[in-house]
Design a protein around this ligand. Structure first.
Ligand code: SF4
Ligand code: SF4
Length: 157
């Protein structure tokens, strides 16, 4: 198993280092650095826990299946295989879903003001999510909407 930290997403909160201090470190950087690569089998559970706990979904896990597959399906060469694996990583990294809890939403419209491409109150008194998954270009705005929602009604997966 290998793990990567997306420097564009990491906020340096240190949760990963707390979960897996043998794998992640913020000792020499404002963002998390991977200090065990590849992750040794005995530490894989810690790496998964850190990835689950990361509030920014900044940790990408490249599992053993990827590493053990020299030629990915549809790839004609090792380079193609590597490119295909990287594409898979990108899909995982950018796969975001937003959910509005209608028991919490008060229909204030703040989320719609921040990112109308994703949230709408046009058809109902509560915010509706228009896009699933959330395209990359709207993900930062969706995070902002979730932070600004006074009712904490927006969950990001
Ligand atoms: S938990 Fe996520 S956001 Fe926090 S330091 Fe680690 S990688 Fe960065
Ligand atoms: S900001 Fe929160 S409470 Fe307001 S409409 Fe959006 S989801 Fe509902």
């Amino acid at each position: 198993m290998r793990v990567h930290v997306d420097p564009d997403l990491c906020i340096g909160c240190g949760i990963c280092e707390g979960d897996a201090p043998d794998i992640f470190s913020l000792a020499s950087s404002a963002i998390a650095e991977v200090i065990m690569d590849p992750v040794e089998p005995g530490f894989e559970a810690d790496a998964r826990m850190a990835a689950e706990d990361c509030p920014e979904i900044a940790i990408i896990i490249e599992n053993g299946e990827d590493l053990e597959t020299p030629t990915a399906p549809g790839a004609d060469s090792a380079d193609d295989a590597e490119e295909s694996i990287n594409d898979n990583d990108l899909e995982r990294k950018f796969d975001m879903k937003a959910i509005v809890d209608q028991d919490l939403c008060i229909g204030c419209g703040i989320c719609e003001e921040i990112v109308p491409e994703v949230f709408s109150l046009q058809n109902e008194p509560y915010a509706e999510v228009l896009l699933d998954p959330i395209p990359e270009e709207f993900q930062d705005a969706v995070r902002e909407a979730a932070e600004e929602c006074s009712e904490a009604a927006i969950t990001i997966e």
